[in-house]
Design a binder for this molecule. Structure first.
Ligand code: Q46
Ligand code: ZN
Length: 311
């Protein structure tokens, strides 16, 4: 197998591009794909203060590295989820990477700063941990960026993530979510701009990018991932991709080009109903506490479990 670009021995094959690359040409391919996503969707403007949402996994560390390589200065924010040893290790990978590239890393810790952890929130809400986890991340990354004057939050969602989320939203015809599913979400009242520069690169490419650059990352799956429905959707898409390489990219980019605009009204309508949360002042559609403040109330006052006495 030879590199498509320079004919040196290849180290990775990418069936959807019908290509194989040597190390140097593969790293260049990754930079080009990120540069293309940034330019195509106008993700940054000169002078933007950029915050990377860092988990310690391959995607967020590869993203941070790629932005640095492309000359885009970015600080990181690591959010400690309180998931035992998994979170301890993830935090170490984030800190080690920040020290290696000399970048600034902020940290917020759910247990220390907010008095709960993801397993505790899952127990209190009796829902999947990923629900409480996702909502905490969205709220805290957004709030931190606004409070500290960042213009953009960049997340490590890759092509596989975005295609799986799209499939989930299509299967349930979640029109509001479909209207918001885009590599760029512009800033609106109470929301900072959000961008996904890895949208043109797959999960396997991100793992290879880290390995070829000597970036150590959290390899373990999150121990609370069992209830994550996106894993099943990814498995389904992987089977389709195996049969017909390029399916995921065609699905996602076809939607962005030809489907997304049709759902913009649904998400605009949802946004118009937003009002300030009575707890934190952030935007919410509930007319009282936002989902994050409600979660904190529930975690600190768990509902008693009804016991059957048998009488
Ligand atoms: S960290 Fe959180 Fe993921 Fe773990 S609890 Fe679920 S959402 S699986 S990206
Ligand atoms: Zn709130």
């Amino acid at each position: 197998m030879k590199c498509r670009r320079c004919k040196a021995p290849a180290v990775i094959e990418i069936p959807r591009h019908n290509a194989a690359f040597c190390r140097e040409c593969f790293l260049r391919h990754c930079r080009e794909q990120v540069r293309r996503a940034i330019d195509e969707h106008r993700m940054f403007v000169p002078g933007d203060r950029v915050l990377v949402a860092v988990s310690g996994g391959k995607d967020s560390l590869a993203l941070w590295h790629l932005l640095t390589e492309l000359g885009i200065d970015a600080d990181g924010l690591y959010l400690g989820l309180g998931i035992g040893e998994y979170s301890d290790e993830s935090g170490r990978y984030a800190r080690d990477f920040a020290a290696r590239v000399g970048a600034g890393l902020h940290e917020v810790d759910l247990p220390t700063d907010y008095g709960y952890d993801v397993p505790g929130a899952a127990r209190a809400t009796r829902r999947s941990p990923c629900g409480a986890c996702g909502l905490s991340k969205r709220h805290l990354f957004n709030g931190f960026a606004l409070e500290h004057g960042y213009d953009v939050v960049a997340t490590g969602h890759n092509l596989d993530d975005e295609a799986a989320v799209l499939l989930g939203n299509v299967l349930r015809w979640e029109t509001g979510y479909l209207g918001r599913q885009h590599p760029v979400l512009p800033a609106t009242d109470g929301f900072v701009k959000k961008v996904k520069p890895l949208v043109r690169l797959g999960e396997r490419e991100m793992a290879a990018y880290c390995v070829l650059n000597g970036i150590d990352y959290q390899i373990e799956e999150c121990p609370m991932a069992d209830g994550n429905r996106h894993l099943g959707l990814k498995t389904t898409l992987n089977a389709l991709e195996e049969q017909s390489p390029g399916t995921k990219a065609a699905f996602l980019f076809g939607f962005l080009a030809r489907g997304h605009g049709r759902f913009a009204d649904a998400s605009d309508a949802e946004r118009e109903t937003l009002a300030p949360c009575s707890g934190c002042g952030g935007p919410t559609s509930t007319g009282g506490l936002c989902a994050f403040c409600s979660l904190r109330v529930r975690v600190s006052n768990p509902q008693p479990v009804a016991l059957r006495t048998g009488r």
